[in-house]
Write a protein of this length. Sequence first.
Length: 310
Amino acid sequence: MPQGVAARTVDCIFRYRISQRPAPPCLDLCYRSDDRARTWSEKVWLPRIELQVSILGRPICARVLMVEFSDAFIRRMVANHLHKDEDELNIIALHLGSGASACAIRGGKSIDTSMGLTPLSGLPGATRAGDVDPSLIFHYTSEPSSRLSFNPATTKEIHVTRAEEILNSQAGWKALAGTTDFGEITRMAELSTPLAAEENPYTLAFHILLDRVLHYVGAYHVSLRGKVDALVFAGGIGERSRELRSAVGEAVNNLGYSAINEQVNHEMDRRQGTVIDIGKHDGGIRTLVCRTDEQFEMARECSLTDEFWL
């Protein structure tokens, strides 16, 4: 069978099968799906909604998965690592990557998150500004620069403003250092010379992320009343940047967190396991790295829904 015909045949079969089965919409928002677990910001920004989606003209039969998959995965894996019930777990989770967020978890439930209405709020990312003075948007034009929807019927009504485009896709490390690669930023930064941030844009980018991370760790430590089982690093940067982990660990040591075991911290790539303890066993609060798996968490959530097994 010619390759083009084979591809079209597979595509037709796939579309037919999809049309006969319910499909789950996986929303990467938060795993706080009940009022008790919602933070104050979520009670404002995330009112209960009923999602009605159609694929190929058929409504999807699904429950809305209000799940921030990384944090949900971290919660389960860290609880297992510490031999604790999830309902007793108190941690500060740092998902650090091109998109970054912090989450305070008490009793297995999130009590606060750095994200607001959108992921733009909170920690800076590769192209996202993170928290900024709201009046900043008035310094940019409000003229539309691109379409939000691919639906021709709605493109004339829904637009992305110039300010939104800049704050979401032209800010962050890209604006500070000219690159979205945090590994490059770390290599080019002069981390041994704090004052170098005034002249070296890579050093500035590194220290801005460090400063914002410490801001949330300190705030969440107080929110948890100091009763923290572990500080957890995850995400591409959290799992790979030993320099950032070391800098954060040094700064929070005065709050009672274990000092970083630099040998283990440097050998992370060679360590096996989902959760790795990178702190010294000095009686302080544990410092962990969790190799998060959001795809696995999506599949797991779907597998727990009976209608997907029909």
